[in-house]
Design a protein around this ligand. Structure first.
Ligand SMILES: *[C@@H]1O[C@H](CO)[C@@H](O)[C@H](O)[C@H]1NC(C)=O
Ligand SMILES: *[C@@H]1O[C@H](CO)[C@@H](O)[C@H](O)[C@H]1NC(C)=O
Length: 218
């Protein structure tokens, strides 16, 4: 019995150390660098392995995910090294699978946990399941000038969803907010935009009939 147990144990140990020491994946195996922008298209984010990005100068850098797949289990966040000036982050037609093979909301916080989120000025999410937009979804994204969520599946929006964009002294730097053509969300809590309303210059908010008109619900 002991003899049968031992090889399994050794195998597990080997697997574990392989997981820990798995060599990072160079970004150019999954994404292409186009000027100052990384485009990650039609690919899968490596599982259990870190990605390494080459250094680009201090110019604004952008990272675009399009028709891209992530796996929620053991998701490795974007690395901090060489992405310190990431200004534009977009997700278009991104799918995230959980371990049960079910698609889940984009784990934005987990994916960006090592980034200096305040450097991100543009965040655009389209054709992607985002899940629940609550007070923790945008934590750290105080530098956002433009936020767009369109053609997504949004489970719900809580009234404090945009609270993390507030600066310490009040107000925000957000000038453009687009939230439209999203599926799933039944009501839009208009109070959510209060923290960012003073700075917004352009906004396209839900116009579908089933949303209450501004003021109806106060
Ligand atoms: C950062 O960029 C440099 C230069 O492109 C590269 O040699 C280095 O491996 C990168 N570091 C990481 C951790 O990606
Ligand atoms: C998203 O990507 C899938 C798979 O590549 C494709 O079949 C689908 O048409 C895309 N959806 C949109 C809205 O572009």
């Amino acid at each position: 019995m002991k003899a049968a147990f031992l090889p399994t144990f050794l195998l597990e140990l080997a697997l574990l150390s392989w997981r820990i020491s798995a060599a990072p994946v160079p970004a150019n195996e999954v994404c292409t660098l186009d000027g100052y922008q990384f485009k990650c298209q039609n690919g899968v984010w490596p599982r259990d392995k870190d990605m390494t990005f080459p250094a680009v100068t201090d110019q604004t850098t952008a990272l675009h995910f399009e028709k891209f797949t992530f796996h929620e289990e053991n998701l490795r966040p974007l690395p901090a090294v060489n992405l310190t000036n990431l200004g534009i982050l977009t997700f278009d037609n991104v799918t995230v699978w959980n371990s049960a093979g079910k698609s889940v909301g984009l784990p934005l916080q987990q994916l960006t946990q090592r980034l200096n989120r305040v450097s991100v000025t543009t965040l655009r999410i389209t054709d992607t399941e985002v899940g629940v937009l609550d007070a923790s979804y945008f934590t750290g994204f105080r530098g956002l000038l433009s936020l767009s969520i369109k053609y997504c599946t949004v489970e719900s929006v809580t009234p404090d969803a945009f609270q993390p964009l507030r600066l310490e002294g009040g107000g925000s730097v957000l000038t453009e907010l687009q939230f439209s053509a999203n599926k799933g969300v039944k009501t839009f809590p208009w109070d959510a935009i209060v923290p960012v309303a003073p700075s917004i210059r352009v906004s396209i908010l839900p116009s579908q009939n089933h949303y209450p008109k501004y003021g109806d619900n106060r």
